[in-house]
Write a protein that binds this ligand. Structure first.
Ligand code: GRF
Length: 221
């Protein structure tokens, strides 16, 4: 697909950016319907900025510590995002809570990846909490972003087993490897026009997803 025909995606990060890397790697496919147009970080030291630079992708930093409160930070963040005219905004380890006003601006065109099988374990420290709860299965979810933190319509999940001797770090790594499969897939669906946020939830190929799809059950997984 020619570069101009690809949907521009702006990726928001705060850290290492391995999900960003997965999105960058996947766009090397000739038929990839999206292109990462820019990477925006709220942290100047985020390693993901380096990953973007190496791939020749423009970067912007909007350092939240330089703003007196959330409203002017989000104004600057929106200006940075909008400079790159995204068709989709992908949160990938972006660690700032966004206000309803910011979320509304990108309604239906903002995705997030969360390291748990939502609705289990919204918020932080999901791997530790899954271990403490004695879960035998854990995983990750890609969902549309709505005003409800980690509560927007779920699209695709990947499950991993929890082993008896797992530490949060070991479990996180197992989940992360699966995150790198599901995020590019969902971004592809959106960019290809197959996925949208409908009145009753996420819709794939015109059908509302009453439950999230599971990676292992996809025909081409
Ligand atoms: C991932 O586990 C993601 O699900 C969560 O933050 C982590 C980011 O990792 N939201 P990375 O920066 O993509 O490596």
């Amino acid at each position: 697909m020619s570069a101009g025909a690809r949907l521009p995606v702006v990726v928001l990060i705060s850290g290492g950016g391995t999900n960003l890397q997965a999105l960058i790697d996947a766009q090397r496919a000739d038929d990839c319907p999206y292109a990462v147009a820019a990477v925006v970080s709220n942290r100047p030291d985020a390693f993901g900025l380096e990953r973007a630079a190496r791939a020749g992708i423009p970067t912007e930093t909007v350092d939240h510590t330089r703003f007196p409160d959330r409203a002017p930070f989000e104004d600057a963040l929106a200006a940075a995002v909008d400079r790159h005219a995204p068709g989709l905004v992908a949160l990938a380890g972006f660690m700032r809570i966004l206000t309803p006003a910011f979320v509304a601006r990108y309604r239906g065109r903002m995705l997030n990846i969360h390291p748990s099988l939502l609705p289990r374990f919204r918020g932080l420290h999901t791997h530790r909490r899954a271990l403490e709860a004695g879960e035998m299965v854990h995983g990750a979810t890609v969902h549309f972003v709505t005003e409800e933190l980690d509560g927007g319509p779920r699209i695709l999940q990947a499950q991993v087993p929890v082993h008896p001797d797992d530490t949060p770090e070991v479990l996180a790594a197992r989940v992360l490897a699966r995150e790198h499969r599901i995020y590019p897939l969902v971004v592809r669906w959106f960019a290809a026009g197959r996925l949208r946020l409908g009145a009753a939830g996420a819709e794939l190929d015109g059908a509302t997803l009453t439950e999230p799809l599971q990676l292992d059950a996809l025909p081409d997984a």
